[in-house]
Each structure stands twice: as structure tokens, then as C-alpha cells.
Design a protein. Structure first.
Length: 376
């Protein structure tokens, strides 16, 4: 599958086109809307989320609740559009450090940074979460599931990795910050409250886990077939992400090879297996059958209500950067968006391996692969 999104933060709609999605996948629209809702919540989100209740409207590619193999297109209305429809404003010329404003203004010969703001806004990620929801539905058919949790915000956090039981997953899903430890979560909430009072913002980090991933997705044969490389690119494309790691990632620099690598064992019941997962489920650019574990760091959002030092693009005089309504912290939302990005990469890898056209065909090929694997 491949996809494109279009739309501005305060335009009439966000939209997406998903091409090369197999026929025969049952598309549960309530599930897609729930995924959109998961992206919207989180302690520290701004007032825009009180206006929007993202809901998808599919335009093409579905029939009687199933994908047809035709390109799927969809709209997500921006409720805030009506408040901006005939908004008149003077050109905005005080770019926010850390955002696309100055670079976009220069690159596209703009008259106001508004044009960059509108498209570089993280609002666009609603369309990605919609596409990611369809990727998750495809993956569910071959037993792959994706989940995420937040592990640090504003310098406060927990030791990774966390062992995810179904009870803990439920707790994370219901928690304001997608955080596994309620006591530490309360400390973080206080910190977010302080940042809000000071007109500041906070970043953090999160972890995405894909379970049920079989051996054999991705390849080492070309640089751009490597599954870890494709995942890193996808995660880096989320606004405000500054670092990505697979498995122990940044910690691996501190370990000797004998302690880092996941040694290989074999038993008749389990087949090949490992007792550790430092490599995060990918070796040599190929999934190894363990959970895929992806970590990422989100910088603090650049739109701060106290503003930062900047320069007026026309007068060249010192000014304070644009102060707009924004989130104080959006790390929980970023972790939901990252689930969608990982889902899209894995769905595509599944199609590469077992077929692109029809879900039953994909499942049959997947079954053949499982039989082959079991009998090595
Ligand atoms: C967002 C909508 C935006 C921002 C935020 C993400 O709405 P508005 O600009 O109307 O407040 O709240 O955008 C950013 C964090 C950003 O850096 O642009 C959303 O739907 O997620």
C-alpha cells in the first residue's frame, strides 16, 4: 500500500488516498474512528482538540464494508474551518524557532508564514492515523498487533522495556498520558501543568511494539529494503520527532557484543527462539520473529505561549515568535501516530512478501510460509 495526504490545518477537510490496498479486508469504520479519537486525547493537548471530534468519511474503494482493491479515498472534516473560513489577517512574519515557518517562507516564496503553518501543522497526522487504522486491520488478519506507551516526558520517566500484560495495556489506554506507572504519571502531569503556566512546552519519548510479527519481513539485499531503515524513515516523518531507535538502540553503545546480541536456541516445541530481545525484532534488516520494538524522541513543541526570540522576516528587527494556540505536550498523541506509521510499514512488508491484491490470497501465502518455517 502507498498513500498520500492533503489538506491544511484549518482548511475544510484533511484527505487521504490509499492505493494498492488488498481487496477483501473488512473495514470497521467504528474502529477507524476510535483510532482517530486515540490521537486526539492526552493530558497537555490544546484547545483545538475541544473543537474537533475527528470522524472519517470514505469516498471510494469500499463496498458493503469491505475493500475492493480500488484506491481508497477519505475525508476528515476540520470543524474549526467555519471559524477560519473568512478570517482576514495581516501577513505573519515572526517565525517560530523549531517550526517550518522560516524555511517554508524562504523555500516557497511566501508572503506570510501562515502558508507553512497550515500544512506543516501536526493536524495532518489525523489522515495518517486513518490510513494506519486500515493498515492495522490488514495486519490483524495475519495476527500482527501494534501498541504503544509513553516512557518519558519532560525529563521524568521509567526504565524500558516494560512488560506489557493485557491488564497494563488497558491501564495505559485509559491513562491520560499513555503512561505505564500512575505514580510517576502524576508527577509528569504536575510538570505539564507548570509548563503550561509558564507558557512553555515539553517533549518526551515513547515506545511502539508490534507483536505477532513473523520471520522474513524486509531484506538486506538493498539499503532501502531494510525493515529497520524503512521504520526509521516513517517515524522520523512525524512532526517534532528528533531520534528513533530499534530495540536497545542508543543503549547498545554501552554493551559488549557478548551481552548485546540475542543468542539463538532451539527446541522442538518452540523452534528457533531467543531469551532476550535487545535487537528489537530486526536483524540484518529482516524481522526475526520477535516483537518489533521502536523507540522515538519528540522535541518540545515549538509553539510556546511565551514565545521565543526571532526576527521579523521583512524588517529584520528582533521580535517574539508567533504565539498561537497549541499543545503543551503531545507525546501521547505522537505515540498513537507512530503506531500508525509502523502499521503502514509492516502492512506494506506483509504485502511485499505474501501478495498485494487480495486478503485471502495473502493469508494463504502466509500459511504456506508458516508451514515452510515450521519444517526447516
Ligand atoms: C493539531 C492541531 C493544531 C495544533 C497542533 C496539532 O491545531 P491548531 O493549530 O488549530 O491549534 O494544536 O499542531 C502542532 C502541534 C504544530 O506544531 O503544528 C492536531 O490536530 O494534532
Amino acid at each position: 500500500m502507498r498513500y498520500l495526504t492533503a489538506g491544511e490545518s484549518h482548511g475544510k477537510y484533511l484527505m487521504g488516498i490509499i492505493d494498492d490496498y488488498p481487496s477483501g479486508v473488512n473495514i470497521d469504520i467504528d474502529f477507524v474512528n476510535r483510532e482517530l479519537g486515540r490521537r486526539q486525547v492526552g493530558y497537555g493537548r490544546g484547545n483545538r482538540m475541544k473543537i474537533e471530534q475527528d470522524k472519517v468519511e470514505f469516498i471510494s474503494g469500499l463496498s458493503q464494508g469491505s475493500s475492493t482493491g480500488n484506491p481508497i479515498s477519505f475525508l476528515i472534516p476540520n470543524k474549526d474551518f467555519k471559524n477560519w473560513n473568512d478570517k482576514q489577517e495581516e501577513p505573519l512574519l515572526n517565525p517560530r524557532p523549531g517550526h517550518a515557518d522560516l524555511n517554508g517562507f524562504i523555500k516557497y516564496h511566501q508572503h506570510s508564514i501562515r502558508d507553512s503553518i497550515e500544512r506543516s501543522s501536526a493536524r495532518e497526522t489525523a489522515a495518517r492515523v486513518c490510513t494506519g487504522a486500515l493498515a492495522k486491520l490488514l495486519l490483524a488478519e495475519v495476527g500482527i498487533e501494534i501498541f504503544s506507551y509513553v516512557d518519558h516526558i519532560g525529563g521524568i520517566g521509567i526504565q524500558k522495556p516494560v512488560k506489557l500484560t493485557s491488564g497494563l495495556k488497558k491501564q495505559i489506554e485509559g491513562s491520560g498520558l499513555r503512561f505505564p506507572d500512575p505514580v510517576i504519571e502524576n508527577r509528569i502531569k504536575q510538570k505539564i501543568g507548570q509548563a503550561a503556566q509558564q507558557g512553555d512546552t515539553l517533549g518526551g519519548s515513547f515506545t511502539v511494539i508490534a507483536t505477532g510479527v513473523p520471520v522474513g519481513l524486509g531484506s538486506y539485499t538493498q539499503w532501502d529494503f531494510r525493515l529497520d531503515a524503512i521504520i526509521a524513515k516513517a517515524i522520523m516523518s512525524i512532526p517534532a520527532i528528533k531520534a528513533v531507535e530499534i530495540g536497545d538502540g542508543f543503549q547498545s553503545k554501552n554493551k559488549a557484543g557478548s551481552l548485546f546480541h540475542d543468542e539463538i536456541f532451539y527446541s522442538k516445541t518452540k523452534g528457533f527462539y531467543r531469551k532476550t530481545n535487545h535487537s528489537g525484532g530486526i536483524e540484518g534488516g529482516i524481522s526475526n520473529g520477535q516483537d518489533i520494538i521502536v523507540g522515538a524522541v519528540m522535541k518540545p513543541i515549538p509553539t510556546t505561549s511565551k514565545g521565543l526570540k526571532t526576527v521579523n522576516i521583512k524588517t529584520k528587527k528582533a521580535e517574539i515568535s508567533l504565539k498561537e494556540r497549541s499543545d503543551v505536550c503531545a507525546v501521547p498523541s505522537a505515540s498513537v501516530i507512530a503506531e500508525a506509521m509502523v502499521a503502514m510499514v509492516l502492512a506494506n512488508a506483509v504485502q511485499d512478501k505474501w501478495g498485494r491484491d487480495n486478503m485471502e490470497e495473502v493469508k494463504l501465502n502466509y500459511q504456506l510460509w508458516q508451514d515452510y518455517y515450521r519444517n526447516i
